[in-house]
Write a protein that binds this ligand. Structure first.
Ligand code: FE
Length: 131
């Protein structure tokens, strides 16, 4: 995957302050506060930072967590993982593979077929309805 590598000033220019906080500072939006938690439309979720397609609505499910949740990325190359030891926990962070934007975390308590829960921030995503 070819990386998109922007300067901090370019990111600040491109993103809203809320998006910047989540994508570039690994922030977390309030549970049930994001615009896609309850989105049931058919389409594709892109990275709000660089536009890379990340998740398909067909893999979205209601986890009850308050954040949009998916069982898998649209393509295994699209979402990268990193160990996150912040806040006294060991978690797996998910990042956009192209721009390294923070998306959320992956937990091993999801439904079939993967058993994974990609717990994402709406602020990191840009939904496009399928035609
Ligand atoms: Fe991205």
């Amino acid at each position: 995957m070819e990386k998109l590598d922007l300067t901090d000033a370019e990111w600040r220019d491109r993103l809203t302050p809320e998006q910047y906080h989540v994508l570039r500072e690994a922030g977390t939006e309030r549970a049930f506060g994001g615009k896609y938690n309850d989105n049931h439309a058919d389409g594709v979720y892109h990275c709000a930072g660089c536009g890379l397609p990340l998740f398909d609505s067909r893999d979205k499910y209601d986890s009850g967590s308050g954040w949009p949740s998916f069982t898998r990325p649209i393509d295994e190359e699209a979402v990268a993982e990193k160990t996150d030891q912040s806040h006294g926990m060991v978690r797996t962070e998910s990042l956009c593979a192209r721009c390294d934007g923070h998306l959320g975390h992956v937990f091993p308590d999801g439904p079939p077929p993967t058993g994974l829960r990609y717990c994402m921030n709406s602020l990191s995503l840009d939904f496009e309805e399928r035609e």
